[in-house]
Write a protein that binds this ligand. Structure first.
Ligand SMILES: O=C(O)[C@H](O)[C@@H](O)[C@H](O)[C@H](O)COP(=O)(O)O
Length: 316
């Protein structure tokens, strides 16, 4: 059973057995009231109750009336990154099952960085054998313009730790053409996405007209950047392009391509995976609006889930 906490249009649902958790794990100024529909929808995710014994879980939703659309936002906090990785695998496998059955395809986008390591449970039992990998279509939210075998390549990172271990058809893995300039590589990737829309592999959001990926798995930098959308950079305001490029990235390497916010925010589901105390201030800025960071602008059409470890939420 779960109880629900509600303040204004922010809805929290949490298992009753966690009611004794330290108050510091909840955003301040929250009061409680029933919100049964949100609670039951969260429970229907069936992420598994064992997690609740080993992790602190805080669930949060933003109502349709606030966002003008059916967005749900949850924050889940784990004692250990190990437990986070277990739940992230369950979450991803659940969506894979749903979309493979419903649409015959599952479009998944990943970032680079530490996120890839947090996906390690997916390539282990029981998921390695039970997921219908043949229906996966695999994309990058951003990529560094370097050769695929380069240590800075997000393709190489994902290939070594993930793609080489599961049977996703190579034709369903959409790496950038790194022989092009950053600008041309971004155009090329956008053309590829448009082709996949025409062939119905990729959906389009009815409300925005931008592509609607089934799931984006994103990391966040210590400065609050997501994808290659950095604080204060004009690319954060791009409103037309699907994929754009940057040649002055503050995080090396400087040349990258990146999905734009309209594409990110048209996703059906987003998991924002953030671990470590070095990101606590950016998490605070994004979730409590104590500052402006790109991660604070992330939303999803159906569901946004923040997967945090305890150090990452130490300032909430
Ligand atoms: O290519 C990139 O640089 C990434 O896609 C980037 O957006 C990354 O996800 C964050 O910087 C977090 O990286 P860490 O988790 O390693 O801090």
């Amino acid at each position: 059973m779960a109880s629900s906490c509600f303040l204004g249009s922010i809805v929290f649902t949490c298992p009753t057995n966690l009611s004794s958790r330290p108050a510091s794990l909840f955003p301040k100024n929250l009061t409680c009231c029933p919100y049964s529909s949100a609670a039951s929808r969260f429970e229907s995710l069936s992420i598994g109750s064992s997690r609740r014994k080993v992790s602190e879980v805080m669930s949060m939703a933003t109502t349709a009336s606030e966002m003008g659309k059916e967005e749900k936002k949850r924050v889940e906090i784990f004692d250990l990154e190990e437990n986070l990785a277990v739940d992230l695998a369950k979450f991803t496998a659940h969506l894979s099952d749903k979309y493979c059955k419903e649409r015959g395809a599952f479009t998944v986008v990943v970032s680079g960085g530490s996120l890839i390591k947090s996906l390690r449970k997916l390539v282990e039992s029981p998921y390695a054998d039970s997921i219908d990998w043949s229906r996966w279509h695999f994309f990058w939210v951003d990529e560094r313009v370097v050769p695929k075998h380069h240590d800075d390549s997000n393709y190489k990172l994902a290939y070594d730790a993930f793609l080489s271990k599961v049977p996703i058809p190579p034709g369903n893995v959409y790496a950038i053409n790194e022989s092009l300039s950053a600008e041309a590589a971004a155009d090329d990737y956008e053309t590829c996405l448009k082709h996949l829309v025409k062939t119905n592999i990729l959906r389009v959001s009815e409300s925005t007209g931008f592509p609607k990926f089934d799931l984006m798995l994103l990391g966040m930098g210590p400065d609050g950047h997501v994808a290659s959308l950095f604080p204060g950079h004009s690319l954060c305001n791009e409103s037309q392009k699907w994929v754009t490029f940057i040649t002055d990235s503050p995080k090396p390497p400087s040349e990258r391509i990146t999905f734009t916010f309209p594409v990110i925010n048209s996703s059906a589901h987003i998991a924002l995976v953030v671990c470590g105390s070095g990101k606590a201030e950016a998490v605070q800025a994004a979730l409590k609006k104590t500052g402006e960071v790109p991660a604070g602008s992330v939303s999803a059409e159906d569901e946004l889930v923040w997967f945090l470890d305890k150090p990452a939420c130490s300032k909430l």
